[in-house]
Design a binder for this molecule. Structure first.
Ligand SMILES: Nc1nc2c(ncn2[C@@H]2O[C@H](COP(=O)(O)OP(=O)(O)OP(=O)(O)O)[C@@H](O)[C@H]2O)c(=O)[nH]1
Ligand SMILES: [Zn+2]
Length: 193
C-alpha cells in the first residue's frame, strides 16, 4: 500500500509549471489552481492507495457454471507517458469453477476502477484486471477487453482523434481453447448490440 498523497508537494510543482509556461501563478484565477490540481491527482490516482484485487475477497456460492460478463464498464485513466487521460469501456468476463465461487457484479467494476486510477498503460491495466480475477476466483477462464481513446493521441502528438485502442487478456480456457474464446468474445463485443 502506498503512502498518502502529498497535496503540498503537488501544489508546489503545479505552481512551478504555471510559472514555467509563462503564466502568473499569483493572478486571481490561478490562485487556487495548484491546490485544486492536487485534489484532482489524489482523485484520479486514488487507485494507488488501495489493493484493487481485495474487492474480490467477498465471494458467494451460486449454482451457475456458465460465462458471466459485465460489459461497458466506463473507465478513466491517465497514461503514464504523458499523464493525459485515456478512457473507454472495459468488458470483463469469467467462467466460474464448477460449484465455485462468484463475486458481486459491482466488484468487477470496482476492480477496473482501482487499477485505472493510477498512471497506466492500457496493456498493463488489462492484464492486471485479468490477473486479479484469476488469482482471487480461480475460474476456468477469464476474458478482459478494453476499448479506449488516448488523449495523448488526439489532442497532441500524432493528433488522430477517434482512433480506438483495443486490448485483451485471456486466461485459462479462453486462452487455450479457440471456440471458448470465440464464444466469450462474441458475447463481449456483439451480444445485445
Ligand atoms: N503501448 C502503449 N503505448 C501508449 C499508451 N499510452 C500512450 N502510449 C504511447 O507511448 C508512446 C510514448 O512515446 P515517446 O516517443 O516516448 O513520446 P512522444 O515523443 O511524446 O511520442 P508521440 O506521442 O508519438 O508524440 C507514444 O507512442 C504513445 O502513443 C498505452 O497505454 N499503451
Ligand atoms: Zn500518453
Amino acid at each position: 500500500m502506498s503512502k498518502e498523497v502529498d497535496h503540498e508537494r503537488i501544489a508546489k510543482a503545479v505552481k512551478e509549471i504555471l510559472a514555467a509556461i509563462g503564466e502568473d501563478p499569483d493572478r486571481d484565477g490561478l490562485l487556487d489552481t495548484p491546490k485544486r490540481v492536487a485534489r484532482y491527482f489524489a482523485e484520479v490516482c486514488g487507485g494507488l492507495q488501495e489493493e484493487p484485487a481485495e474487492h474480490l475477497n467477498k465471494t458467494f456460492e451460486v449454482d451457475h457454471d456458465e460465462i458471466i460478463i459485465v460489459r461497458d464498464i466506463t473507465f478513466y485513466s491517465i497514461c503514464e507517458h504523458h499523464l493525459v487521460p485515456f478512457f473507454g469501456r472495459a468488458h470483463v468476463g469469467y467462467l466460474p469453477e464448477a460449484n465455485g465461487r462468484i463475486t458481486g457484479l459491482s466488484k468487477l467494476a470496482r476492480l477496473v476502477d482501482g487499477y485505472a486510477k493510477r498512471p497506466q498503460v492500457q496493456e498493463r491495466l488489462t492484464s492486471q484486471i485479468a490477473d486479479a480475477i484469476e488469482d482471487k476466483l480461480s475460474p476456468r477462464g477469464v476474458a478482459v477487453v478494453l476499448e479506449a481513446q488516448h488523449m495523448c493521441m488526439s489532442m497532441r502528438g500524432i493528433k488522430k482523434p477517434g482512433s480506438e485502442t483495443v486490448t485483451s487478456s485471456m486466461r485459462g480456457l479462453f486462452r487455450e481453447n479457440a471456440s471458448s474464446r470465440q464464444e466469450v468474445l462474441q458475447l463481449i463485443l456483439q451480444g445485445g448490440r
